[in-house]
Design a protein around this ligand. Sequence first.
Ligand SMILES: Nc1nc2c(ncn2[C@@H]2O[C@H](COP(=O)(O)OP(=O)(O)OP(=O)(O)O)[C@@H](O)[C@H]2O)c(=O)[nH]1
Ligand SMILES: [Mg+2]
Length: 459
Amino acid sequence: MAQPPEDPFVVAGSGGVVLGEARTNHEGRRALLLVRGVGNTTELRSLAETMGITIVETVVQSGKDDPRTYFGKGRLEDIADERNSTLAGHPWSGVDLVIIHTNATPRQLVGVSQALGVEVWDRVRLLLALFTAHASSVEARTQVRIAQLQSDRTILRELANQQTTGERAGYGGGGITALQGVLANLNRELTNLRRRQKKHANAQREHRRQRRRSGAVTVGFVGYTNAGKSSLFQHLSGKTVLVEDQLFSTLETTVGRMEKSPRILLADTIGFIDNIPNATLAAFKSTIAEAIDADLTLILLDTSDSLPEIQRKLETTRREVLERQETEPDLLEEQRSPHVVLTKIDKISDQQHQAVVNLIEELGFEGPVAVSSITGEGIDALQQFIRERLFGQPITVHVLPPTHASPDASERIVSAFYEGGMVEEDQRSEDGVMTLKVWMTTSKQAQLVARWKGRIDIK
Ligand SMILES: Nc1nc2c(ncn2[C@@H]2O[C@H](COP(=O)(O)OP(=O)(O)OP(=O)(O)O)[C@@H](O)[C@H]2O)c(=O)[nH]1
Ligand SMILES: [Mg+2]
């Protein structure tokens, strides 16, 4: 009897479904792309390219998806024949992967893989493979694995279903029992990973609370993948992160201080892409939470995209942000309105820039700040904007000299202001009064006023 391997990673593969080790490097693989009807294949091609996969040919069949096999049965048989009879030099030689140009159903994945006898991915499995290849931290690997297992489970369930209804012959030698064993292993691993992820999410939430209590404020960057989030983060924080002209360079959250305002923290995180199934997206929820459970959320848009593209991405991102904010009950009202930042303005003309600004305003957003992380244009204005948005205008604090009744040293009070906000000026007059110009949240101000009543005077 065929034993299911320990690792229940599942790929749709030769002769049906192959169980094997999760492969993380797909560099150099050659693939066929199947497209049903008309479709723009640009996104899928750049996803494949990012992973070093060559699409040797795009095979198109007109008409609507077949619910069982995506392509028609006859056409799939032709493809299988051609692939099996390729000689060296044929463009299809070495093809060991077929990619379906859609988010396919488990039934279609199984159907195509059975018909072609080769590993089959759809758009979601391609994304998952890409995430797996790019995941470098424990956090990222955990969430990607969860998403992958959830997707594998839908395929295993489809197989189990086909077996119980007699649509398909036995699974290995063990039939349904072996399949159930694999499913049970998978569920066990999923439970463990979810527990680990939940722990991590709770720890992070607690971390955010502590940061907030200490007077630090957070700015979250959200936006589509490749919008320029990590580049801007790097520019403002001086902290090095991965920046690449590819989709999904970033999969986890990095928090860094804004160089010119150390009390302001910036959160760079994973980007969005269209049409991801909810179950897959859910695995990334705690990562994105870091940027959404922020004092100010900035939506980054690549200005070199076309206007319809910008509009679609902005509307989708706004919807995502609002939906996710609903699951963060601690957020205050003023934290709930995201602001738009236009990136890569070095790539467009003033005229194009104006057209984008008009569009953003028509969509109900305030005038966006525009920046270039390459030339540095707009960066000062953005820093000023962030500061004013978070702290309002700076306050002037007079710290009175110590008295007999309250002998607290002025220095302690002054350092509390340094810790809780951003001190821009600091002067001491001859009568011992210290005057500070400080950017600070109103809640932190209230806390310090309550603590040193009578010792400080704020204007
Ligand atoms: N010309 C120009 N290119 C930029 C600018 N900002 C970023 N880029 C380029 O855009 C590409 C993507 O930048 P990233 O900062 O990695 O984008 P990201 O939003 O973090 O992308 P993911 O992490 O993949 O979601 C890189 O090739 C950058 O060099 C800019 O202001 N001007
Ligand atoms: Mg990034």
